[in-house]
Design a protein around this ligand. Structure first.
Ligand code: ATP
Ligand code: MG
Length: 269
């Protein structure tokens, strides 16, 4: 049996992690990939971000995470502007993301990948290693324990010694989730957590998202698997050609002809 209790310090019940996007624009040359997007991912809810290929979803995620800032508009996390911050500052403000294509360090073990997540450790100040070796050793031990319990929570204990490049794509997505959890995030952005994942592993991923959300972590999830979106998300935002064309609960989205038209008109099957 896996430990299904989220091990993160985010286990507080208060609503945190509200993400507000206002009039966001991001162009690549003449292509307005994100063209005036506004929506809110409510604190402690699961918001789905859907839309056909090329709609601008990943571009928006990158902008939110500080990788390729928006040209105009604003992005706030719990009322604090984050749209001008570098990725590591966005991360330390409590926002973690996973990538559409997992990016593990393939030649390192799963455990090493999870432990790599930067923390404000005393050991980073090199003199601490001489002056306060006990402190550094204790932090390293705590970091290892935390990584191990997160790995267990993500169902990765059986592969923790394997090279991250040698495990399945679905397991790599769980490694990304584990890495995100090391930061005790308020909000996690998942880019297509279900893509290329076998059904059994997908159940694990869904279970873990639900368990973490119950502890108050906010989620914003890009996903093409409609069953997954409809069952998991409290609210759904639909993008097409850089703009939000619909938003609401699953029933509202299913009934919206603009959504159907966007998918039929788009490249995505
Ligand atoms: N780095 C880039 N340079 C130039 N154009 C880009 C770049 N990244 C994305 N684009 C363009 O921006 C638009 C939006 O792409 P994006 O990857 O955000 O779509 P998406 O909604 O995530 O699609 P998918 O569902 O296929 O992942 C597309 O027209 C794409 O070609
Ligand atoms: Mg994408």
């Amino acid at each position: 049996m896996h430990n299904t209790t989220p091990p993160t310090g985010a286990a507080t019940a208060q609503a945190r992690g509200a993400l507000q996007i206002k009039d966001a624009v991001k162009s690549f040359g003449a292509n307005r990939a994100v063209d005036g997007v506004s929506f809110v991912a409510e604190a402690s809810k699961i918001t789905g971000l859907i839309g056909p290929n090329g709609a601008g979803k990943t571009t928006l995620f990158n902008a939110i995470a500080g990788e390729g800032p928006i040209d105009s508009g604003s992005i706030t996390l719990d009322g604090t502007r984050i749209d001008e911050l570098k990725p590591h500052r966005v991360f330390s403000n409590g926002l973690a993301r996973t990538f559409q294509i997992p990016r593990p360090f393939g030649k390192m073990s799963v455990l090493e990948n999870v432990m790599l997540v930067p923390e404000r450790q005393a050991g980073e100040k090199f003199w601490n290693s001489w002056l306060r070796p006990g402190l550094v050793a204790r932090q390293e031990r705590e970091n290892l324990e935390k990584a191990r319990s997160i790995i267990e929570f993500c169902g990765l204990t059986p592969v923790e010694r394997q090279l991250a490049g040698a495990i399945s794509g679905g397991q790599q997505k769980l490694v990304e989730l584990a890495r995100a959890l090391m930061a005790d995030p308020k909000i996690i952005l998942l880019d297509e957590p279900g893509a290329g994942v076998n059904p059994a592993l997908l159940d694990t991923i869904v279970d873990r998202i639900v368990a973490l959300n119950k502890q108050g972590i906010t989620f914003l999830i890009i996903e093409h698997n409609m069953d997954l979106v409809m069952s998991l998300c409290d609210r759904i935002v639909v993008m097409a050609t850089g703009q939000v064309i619909a938003e609401g609960d699953a029933a509202t989205i299913i009934a919206d002809t603009r959504v159907v038209d966007a998918y039929l008109g788009g490249a995505h099957a």
